[in-house]
Design a protein around this ligand. Structure first.
Ligand code: ADP
Ligand code: ZN
Length: 749
C-alpha cells in the first residue's frame, strides 16, 4: 500500500492537505521534520501515515492521557493497530501492552514522556526497531512556551540511548519564533524540514463584546443558537459553578468541568458533552486538550484568558470540521485584575531562581497586555491574531466583528489632549481610573484625597460618557501615546510620542462603531442562522436527510459506545446529504468514508439514504410495542434476537463469567419460540469492530487478542493450554463488562 491508498482506505480522504504530503514524504525519506500547524489542520495524519509505511515502530510522545486515548480509539475504529502506555493503565495492563508491542503488534505506540526513561520501557525500546519518534504538542519542551513540561526534556536523552537514531518529527500549534527555535534545539533535530502552515482558520468568526450584563449576553447568544454544541470558558472554578448553575435553572442542558471536581464527575461531564448528551460545556481552561470533538459550533469566553496563545487554542476548538463556527469573547475590566492575580501567584515557577522568575512574570504581563489590546482594537480581529503569531494578515477578513461592523473615523484629538494633559499635570503618579474620574469630574473620596479636584483638567470632559473616555485611553495605549506600568499599580505614564499631541498639534483619530450597532452588539444580537446546519445551505430535502443520518449516527454511537464524531463527522454527513449515495461506490466517494468504515456502517447509511429518497419502503419489521428495536441493524425480522427492557431487568450481574456463559444466560431470558439466539459471533464481531479485540492473522487463520481498550471495557483474558499443548485464551467479562454488553444489546442489535 502507498500513502494515498492508506489515506483513502483507513481515513476515507481523497487528498492530502497542502503541508501534510510534504511532511509525510520528507519523513519517509528518513529525514527529521517539524510541522507547525494550527489546531484542526491535521497534524496527526502527518506521523500516523508514515508510521504505517515505515519499517519499525513509531513512538508518539504525547503529554495528555485523554489525547492518547482519543487518538488510539480513533485508530482502532479505523481498523488500525495502536496502543498507549501511560499512568492510566494498571501494572498488568501495562506489561501486557508492552508484551504485545514486543511482538510487533503495534506500528504506533503512544507514550507519556515520563515513561521513556523507565527501566521496563528502555528494555523494550532497546530490543525492537524504533523507526520514528514523533513528538506531539512539541512546544511543551520550551520554557518559553505556555505549557512547559519538564518531562519533555527526557525525550532527547531517550533518543540518545537508542542504538540507532530514529527519524525525529515534531508537531505543534504554537508558532512563536522562540518556541520554534527551542524545539529544534532541545530535540536536537538534524537538518529538519520546517513547515509552518498558515495559522488562519477562515471558518471561525471572531468577536469581542463588553456587555454590562455578561450572563444575559451569553444567554442571549444561546437563545439565538438552539441545539448547537459549544463551550463556555470561564476564568475560575467559582464562575464555572455559577454560570452552569444559572444555565441549568434557565433550562439549558449544560455540563461543567474544572479541576475541583472529582475524577468521576469530570469524566461524566466530558462524556456527556462528547456523546452529544448535553450541548453546552461550561469549563475552566482545564477542559479541552485532547478533545477532538469536531462539531463544536461556538466557543464563548466568559472572561478574558491570560494570553493570546491560550485564547487561540481554546477558541480553536470550535469548527474543527471546517464548517463555520463562532468565537466570542465577553470582556470586563475585572478580567485584567484576575489574570494579574494569577500571574503574581503562579506556583508553576517555584523551582526557578528569582531573576528568571521575575523575567517570566514580566513576560506574562506583556502577554496579558497584548491580550487586553485584542479586546479593544477596532481593526480586523483575525489580523490582530495572525500578526501576534508572526504572520501578516490582510487588514480586512470580512468574517470578524470589526470587519462586519460599520465604523466611522472619529476625531478624538480634544479628548486625547485632555487625558494626556491630565497625566502630565498630576506628574504621572496615578492609574487609569483616577485619570478618567478626574477629567469626568467625579466627586469621590479618592479624588478629593489625591486633590485631583484641584487639577486644571478636573471636569473638563464631564459631558463625554466614561465608556468613551476609556475607549480613547485604550486607543492612546495601543498607539503608544501613553503607557501603563506593568505592575500592580498600573500607573499612566507619558511616552516619547505624548509630546506630539500636546505640543505639536498632532491629531488623533480612531475608528468607532456606529452608535446603533454598538447597542445591538451589547445585547448580543447577531443575525440568527438559517436551517439547522450552521453556515451550510442545504435544501429542505437535504436537511431532512441530514437529520435522519444524524439520528442513525447517534444510534450507532450508543451501540458501540464511541462518540458520534468518531463514527462520522458532521462534515461527512453533510456531504452524504448532498451526494445521496445509492451504492457502495458512490458512498466511498463521500469525503470521510473509508473502506473500513464502509464495511462497518456503510450499508446502514445507504439504507437510510435510500429510504429517504423513497427508493424502497422503509423496513418497520423491527418495531415492537411502540419502540424501535433496530430495524436498521443487520439482523431483521421478529424472530431475530432483540433485547427488551423486561429481559434486561432480569439479567444477573456479578463475578467474572466467560463471554459464552454470559450470552447463555441472556439467551435463557428470551422466549425461544419467537426469538432467535444471540450468537457469540455477533458479540465478538461487535467487540472487534469497536476495538476491544484485535484480530490478526497467523498464516491464514485469524487470531483474536484483547486490546487495552478491551481491558478497560471490562474483559479479562486467561491463558489455557489445549490437550494438544497449544496455548489459547479464554475471555471473561467483569461486572462492568457485563453491564456494557447489556447496554449495547438494549440499544438495538
Ligand atoms: P490537529 O491535530 O492538527 O489539531 P487533527 O489531526 O485532529 O488536527 O485533524 C483535524 C481533522 O481534520 C480531523 O477530523 C481529521 O480527520 C481531518 N483531516 C485530517 N487530514 C485530512 C485530509 N487530508 N482531508 C480531510 N480531512 C482531514
Ligand atoms: Zn476581520
Amino acid at each position: 500500500m502507498d500513502k494515498y491508498e492508506i489515506l483513502k482506505k483507513y481515513f476515507g480522504y481523497d487528498t492530502f492537505r497542502n503541508a501534510q504530503e510534504t511532511l509525510i514524504d520528507n519523513i519517509l525519506e528518513g529525514k527529521d521534520a517539524l510541522g507547525i500547524m494550527p489546531t484542526g489542520a491535521g497534524k496527526s495524519l502527518c506521523y500516523q501515515i508514515p508510521a504505517l509505511l515505515m519499517d519499525g515502530i513509531t513512538l508518539v510522545v504525547s503529554p495528555l492521557i485523554s489525547l492518547m486515548k482519543d487518538q488510539v480509539g480513533s485508530l482502532n475504529q479505523a481498523g488500525l493497530h495502536a496502543a498507549y502506555l501511560n499512568s492510566s493503565l494498571t501494572m498488568n495492563q501495562y506489561y501486557k501492552a508492552l508484551e504485545f508491542a514486543r511482538q510487533g503488534r503495534y506500528p504506533i505506540i503512544y507514550v507519556a514522556p515520563e515513561r521513556l526513561m523507565t527501566e521496563e520501557f528502555l528494555d523494550f525500546a532497546l530490543h525492537v526497531k524504533i523507526a520514528m519518534v514523533a513528538v506531539d504538542e512539541a512546544h511543551c519542551v520550551s520554557q518559553w512556551g505556555q505549557d512547559f513540561r519538564p518531562s519533555y526534556l527526557k525525550i532527547v536523552e531517550f533518543i540518545g540511548s537508542l542504538p540507532q537514531r530514529p527519524v525525529v518529527s515534531a508537531f505543534t500549534a504554537t508558532a512563536t519564533k522562540e518556541v520554534r527555535d527551542d524545539i529544534l534545539d532541545i530535540l536536537q533535530m538534524r537538518d529538519p524540514l520546517v513547515i509552518t502552515t498558515g495559522f488562519d482558520r477562515s471558518n471561525l468568526y471572531f468577536g469581542v463584546m463588553t456587555p454590562k450584563d455578561r450572563y444575559g449576553a451569553v444567554k442571549n447568544y444561546l437563545e439565538c443558537h438552539p441545539g448547537d454544541s459549544g463551550i463556555i470558558y470561564c476564568l475560575t472554578r467559582k464562575v464555572v459553578d455559577e454560570v452552569s448553575e444559572r444555565l441549568r435553572q434557565d433550562g439549558y442542558a449544560a455540563a461543567r468541568y474544572h479541576a475541583g471536581l472529582s475524577d468521576q464527575e469530570r469524566k461524566n461531564s466530558q462524556d456527556d458533552f462528547i456523546y452529544d448528551r448535553v450541548t453546552i460545556m461550561v469549563a475552566t481552561n482545564a477542559f479541552g486538550m485532547g478533545i477532538d470533538k469536531s462539531n463544536v459550533r461556538f466557543v464563548l469566553h466568559f472572561g478574558m484568558p491570560k494570553n493570546m496563545e491560550s485564547y487561540y487554542q481554546e477558541a480553536g476548538r470550535a469548527g474543527r470540521d471546517g464548517e463555520p463556527a463562532e468565537c466570542i469573547l465577553y470582556y470586563a475590566g475585572q478580567d485584567v485584575i484576575t489574570n494579574q492575580f494569577f500571574i503574581d501567584n503562579n506556583q508553576d515557577n517555584q523551582e526557578l531562581d528569582p531573576v528568571t522568575r521575575a523575567m517570566v512574570q514580566e513576560r506574562d504581563r506583556e502577554r496579558l497586555r497584548k491580550m487586553t489590546f485584542y479586546c479593544f482594537t477596532n481593526e480586523c480581529l483575525r489580523d490582530y491574531i495572525l500578526r501576534y503569531f508572526g504572520e501578516y494578515g490582510s487588514n480586512y477578513c470580512g468574517n470578524c466583528q470589526n470587519c462586519l461592523t460599520q465604523f466611522e473615523t472619529v476625531d478624538v484629538t480634544d479628548i486625547a489632549r485632555t487625558l494626556i494633559g491630565c497625566v502630565r499635570s498630576c506628574r504621572q503618579r496615578y492609574g487609569v481610573n483616577v485619570i478618567l474620574d478626574t477629567v469626568h469630574g467625579a466627586n469621590t473620596a479618592k479624588i478629593r484625597q489625591y486633590r485631583m479636584n484641584e487639577n486644571p483638567h478636573y471636569g473638563e470632559l464631564a459631558k463625554v460618557p466614561v465608556y468613551r473616555l476609556r475607549q480613547v485611553m485604550n486607543h492612546l495605549q495601543l498607539k503608544e501615546l501613553v503607557a501603563v506600568t506593568n505592575d500592580d499599580y498600573a500607573i499612566v505614564k507619558l511616552t516619547a510620542s505624548s509630546q506630539k499631541v500636546l505640543e505639536e498639534g498632532e491629531p488623533v483619530t480612531m475608528r468607532l462603531a456606529k452608535e446603533q450597532e454598538r447597542m445591538a452588539q451589547e445585547k448580543g444580537e447577531k443575525k440568527a442562522k438559517k436551517g439547522q446546519v450552521p453556515g451550510v445551505t442545504l435544501t429542505e430535502k437535504e436537511e431532512s436527510l441530514f437529520q435522519k443520518l444524524r439520528t442513525l449516527r447517534t444510534e450507532i454511537s450508543r451501540e458501540e459506545q464511541v462518540p458520534p464524531y468518531i463514527v462520522f463527522s458532521d462534515k461527512t454527513l453533510v456531504a452524504m446529504s448532498k451526494v445521496m449515495p445509492r451504492n457502495k461506490e458512490q458512498m466511498l466517494s463521500v469525503s470521510g468514508v473509508g473502506e473500513f468504515k464502509y464495511e462497518k456502517y456503510g450499508e446502514r447509511f445507504l439504507d437510510c439514504v435510500r429510504a429517504e429518497a423513497g427508493d424502497e419502503e422503509p423496513d418497520i419489521s423491527g418495531e415492537e410495542d411502540g419502540r424501535y428495536y433496530g430495524a436498521t441493524s443487520f439482523q431483521r425480522g421478529k424472530t431475530d434476537f432483540a433485547m427488551t427492557p423486561e429481559m434486561a431487568e432480569q439479567v444477573k450481574y456479578g463475578g467474572q463469567v466467560s463471554i459464552s456463559e454470559f450470552i447463555g444466560q441472556i439467551n435463557g431470558l428470551r422466549d425461544e419460540n419467537v426469538m432467535k439466539r444471540l450468537t457469540i459471533k455477533s458479540v465478538e464481531k461487535w467487540l472487534t469492530d469497536t476495538g476491544r479485540f484485535d484480530v490478526w492473522f497467523m498464516g491464514n487463520s485469524p487470531r483474536r487478542c484483547l486490546t487495552v481498550l478491551g481491558e478497560e471495557f471490562g474483559i479479562v483474558a486467561e491463558k489455557k493450554i489445549s490437550e494438544k499443548g497449544n496455548e489459547y485464551e479464554v475471555y471473561f467479562l467483569k461486572e462492568e463488562g457485563q453491564r456494557r454488553v447489556v447496554e449495547w444489546l438494549l440499544s438495538g442489535i
